[in-house]
Write a protein that binds this ligand. Structure first.
Ligand code: 5GP
Length: 113
């Protein structure tokens, strides 16, 4: 499976502003933030995209969402935030390692672009 920039961040081959880590996942600040708070939560397991998950990932996916909630709370996003998983080409995914965006600190708009 192709190595990605996020695999390099997990291995500490390249630096990132890491805000949370456990055995299953890592959360770090996006290098090009689209909101005052923009954090990515990623599994350490190499899963290219949401459509590659299987029933084996049931517990992992639940863990990631609960960590999204925890990281958002710790970032002070008590007035709400947006959670995004860009998936595949039409979804606008640019890094082929599953990641969950947490965007907050400003009023979000709908529909997204
Ligand atoms: P996608 O467009 O695939 O949903 O999101 C990929 C995100 O990764 C983008 O928001 C982009 O700014 C972020 N990103 C890409 N390369 C790096 C990097 O080297 N470090 C960090 N922290 N974020 C990155």
């Amino acid at each position: 499976m192709a190595d990605t920039i996020f695999s390099k961040i997990i291995r500490r081959d390249i630096p990132a502003d890491i805000v949370y880590e456990d055995d299953l996942c890592l959360a770090f600040r996006d290098i090009a933030p689209q909101a005052p708070v923009h954090i990515l939560v990623i599994p350490k397991k190499t899963i290219p995209k949401l459509t590659d998950t299987t029933s084996e990932d049931h517990a992992l996916m639940g863990h990631l969402l609960l960590k999204v909630k925890q990281v958002a709370e710790e970032a002070g996003l008590d007035n709400g935030y947006r959670v995004v998983i860009n998936t595949g080409e039409d979804g606008g995914q640019t890094v082929d390692h599953l990641h969950i965006h947490i965007l907050g600190g400003r009023q979000m708009q709908w529909p997204p672009g």
